[in-house]
Design a protein. Sequence first.
Length: 585
Amino acid sequence: MYPQHVIEEIRQRSDIVSIISEHTSLTKKGNNYTGLCPFHTEKTPSFSVSEDKQLYYCFGCGAGGNILTFLMQKENMNFVEALKYLAERENISLEEDYLSPEEVERTHHRQKLLEVLKEAGKYFYYMLRDATHKEVLHYLTERGLNLDTIKQFGIGYSPATYNGLYKYLEQKGYSKELLMESGLFVVGKQSQVIADRFMGRVIFPIFDTSKKVIAFGARVLDNSLPKYLNSPENLLFNKSNTLYGLHLARSSASTYFILVEGYMDVIAMHQAGFTQTVASLGTAFTPLHAKLLKRYTKEVVILYDSDSAGIKAVQRAIPILRNEGLKVRVLQLKEGKDPDEYLKTHGRESLKRLLEEATTDVWFEISRLELQYDLKVTEQKVKFLQEVAYKLSDLESSIEQTLYAEEISEQYGIDLNVLKAEIVQHYKRKQLLPRGYNAKASVPVKKPVLSAEVNFLATIYHYPHIGKQIGDYVTWEMFETPLLQDLARVINEVLVEQKPLDMDYFAATYPEAQDQTIISYVLMNYDERYEDQSVLEKMVLENIKRIKKSYIEKKSRTAKDVTEIQNLLLQKNDLDKLYIDFRNG
């Protein structure tokens, strides 16, 4: 493990507001920043980030911690991966001497896999340019790709020989175990012969956002099936969290991204100048894909094929993108063409105009919904407009709701006030659901249950005029756990001794995510209920009695001296008579 001073340097130099802003829009409010929680779906911001304390906390779902725990929770990183990510952002060198033998082994193993895939990518690229495979290069140029594009995307060819790549990599000194783990090879069920997985196919390297090859896609040259193959998932590659073309699109200056279906669509779009284009990899669009896009853009235009499968895919992708707070538009090309075909037929400028005029996700859904009803029949028109009102009630912005309602009122000849009333009715019904309810998953967000001690510490920290007065009644050693004892001790030092809040101590001593959540809650949860002095005094007095009672009972169980036991019993009996005059100190 890395030494504590290295961890602290990385944490201190990292800007928690900047990093979290890549996942949700934050607005300055007083000393903190607020926004919609990146960990659960909500319409009212309950997520808070403290720049001073370098902490975050969601009052809706209870997620909280420091910048390292944020990356661990949000990006599914382990501690070392989160630390390396921050170190790389801040140009801080991390020496391997600090790592445990297991961590060193994992890092080296990952690097070896990346080496194998990089070498395989070179092999495929050179095979494509080899004179013996000129028909494959001709196939690609006939498809409209120029040599610069082929080079930019690293497109290659895997010869039809059954083990050419395996022999090439074996001669480079890579072990059989590593080569099999790479996903580049298959073993015959009967013969047990090792063969190249992608033989006889055009190869499309798949890159991560750091432009490292992590997998390959492969296409047949004829009409045989399967048309496409992908590398199997492994340590480096997860289809649900990878977007083809993102390594280039992330540098695009465009204000929006374009989401297409396949490799050739991405490549053709980039060649035509639409460098903000990406695609999912032979799998349905997932929430992880949406989270990935949200790092780089606020708006996505979905440009899928116009066939029935493409339309269904659009309808699945819209709510996923919308749930991440992304603006969504949809473009459907006529004649069922895909982007690659459309560019060849109509050219770049035509597609550019269509992209600029792409319909909003709301109007796309309404137009699809309209196809299900005969609007000349009154009963069907009523059902249609009720469905439309229900969809509009999902919109977070009342301005959006109003503007769409006005357009729909004019388009379908319904009184605007009647439509608005229907929208409000649907909205109110949804508000009756428990807070944090996810209608799509039908599962409420689970907020961690925090003990009364945690709430008590949060209260005395945020109401210092009370916190300063309790030292004679409750002390830090009376709290249940080492973390709560430390929090009580430090809060007393801050309130009474005017010492600065030592966030480095808590980050270093309690790195676990569950501990960081408690720390964030205590230091960030200002409960407005206790602005009423009488309510505040009652809460504090009740908790002092409860904490002291629990502490006395705990000591009684271990006391051996009769006098000590009697003394503890008297203290317990006196608790009922305890009164604190908070107003006069």
